[in-house]
Design a protein around this ligand. Sequence first.
Ligand SMILES: Cc1cc2nc3c(=O)[nH]c(=O)nc-3n(C[C@H](O)[C@H](O)[C@H](O)COP(=O)(O)O)c2cc1C
Ligand code: SF4
Length: 476
Amino acid sequence: MRHFTYRSLEELEAAARELGATHVRFVHEKPRVQELLRRRVSVGDLTAGNSMAIHPMEGCDGTLDGRPGELTWRRYERFARGGAKLIWFEATAVRADGRANTRQVMLDRNTVDDFARLLEMMRRAHREEWGTADDLLIPVQLTHSGRYSHPVRIIAYHNPLIDQKTGTPPDYPVISDEELERLEDVYVDAAGLALQAGFQAVDIKATHGYLLSELLGAKTREGRYGGPLENRTRFFKNVFGKIRAKYGRSLMLTVRLGCFDGVPYVTDPETGRGKPLPHPVPYPWGWGVNPANPLEPDLTEVKQAIAWFREWGLELLNVSLGSPYYNPHIGRPFEKPDEGNYEEPEHPLLGVDRHFRVAGELQRAFPELPMVGTGYSWLQKYFIHAGAANLEDGNIRFVGIGRGALTYPDFARDVIEKGELDESRVCKTLTYCTYLMRQKHNELGQFPTGCPPFDKTVYGPIMKQAREMKRRMQGS
Ligand SMILES: Cc1cc2nc3c(=O)[nH]c(=O)nc-3n(C[C@H](O)[C@H](O)[C@H](O)COP(=O)(O)O)c2cc1C
Ligand code: SF4
């Protein structure tokens, strides 16, 4: 269903008003947009040269042994030349059993030199375009894919609704406390390798339903890592503490935090739109959810966890929501779902509003902790106006863009030089990138992903191949 029909910023603004999306506001004047988005941001001991960030965006294009591949290099060169001063390096597995697909990049002793070369290239390319890379910040997102690991899932606890959605048997074993303790050291080693490669910061990823995000919602888990919030945040306390003890302040600590899990959605056969799975109330599972109405966020625990993360050394937070596997409209409001998935159950502007509301509430609660906001791509070329309003009002410190950076990696240059974006280059949230991500049937067990409609030369043919392969599989 088509929602984005606006021919001007005024029309979009009127729609936000009519829908009650009160957190979606805009700065109109181009020079003011430029001034705000060009604002430098202090992060720990470093300074990022402007307020524009590129979110972690997995390309599923590493080599089978986890090195960045040809298309990974291409993507990061484009990002580095683009002008955003915070480039958040994509989900990078800390161990082979934590990879979500056969081509996810992985940081280990065999691949660290490849990452070092890639970073060197990024800084060189950025310097060539922008004169200096001293104000370019590149954290790496360390991950264990947990329930979405390939080929063997590893789960933190049972939420029967997520089990149903992901085909997890109710008696499937959960990861033990002892294994989690061992995994902490794997994260610490990966952080050391990140430092060796030249990253200034590590992100202990806790979002989108992967292992550590699941752990935060493991209220019904027993033992040292489940139940009370102290236990559910234990992994972070230990990993932060060990990284600080080992590497001091030479490595900055960051987290991409999923701040609201929501509940799993399925397709309503009558309308084709998403609808929440029937759920018990009070809802005993999940993170950032209101137990009395789990369709709504409750940030009480999230704020407590952030306060502790701060005490343990956190210096930058990237705010995200939802899960791409069971409620994709929450994390990335869209025009068109990926093939076979449900249509938006709400107007996407309300999804954008939720992102801004949650991030704003958190940023205002922790004004000394810089945060990166999410949920901007659906606003197309007007996202810079909304981002500027959030910066102006102290609702966020960085405006982060995900899908929009695949279509338009140098959007920041146009902001800096012209104060506006080119309509023909902005992401239209058509979700072919997610479609590609889910395609596994080639000789490497995974198709790479990017933007077929707007980065056609490279991803047009890949899309064609993926479709042909899918047709063949369905025919066989
Ligand atoms: C193809 C693709 C890859 C992604 N890879 C990651 C990732 O590696 N790590 C992560 O935290 N989020 C990842 N995301 C989520 C994005 O970072 C972002 O949160 C989401 O797309 C919403 O932002 P947007 O509306 O600007 O696209 C990915 C999303 C897409 C579509
Ligand atoms: S395929 Fe391209 S246009 Fe579609 S959502 Fe992904 S980045 Fe945006």
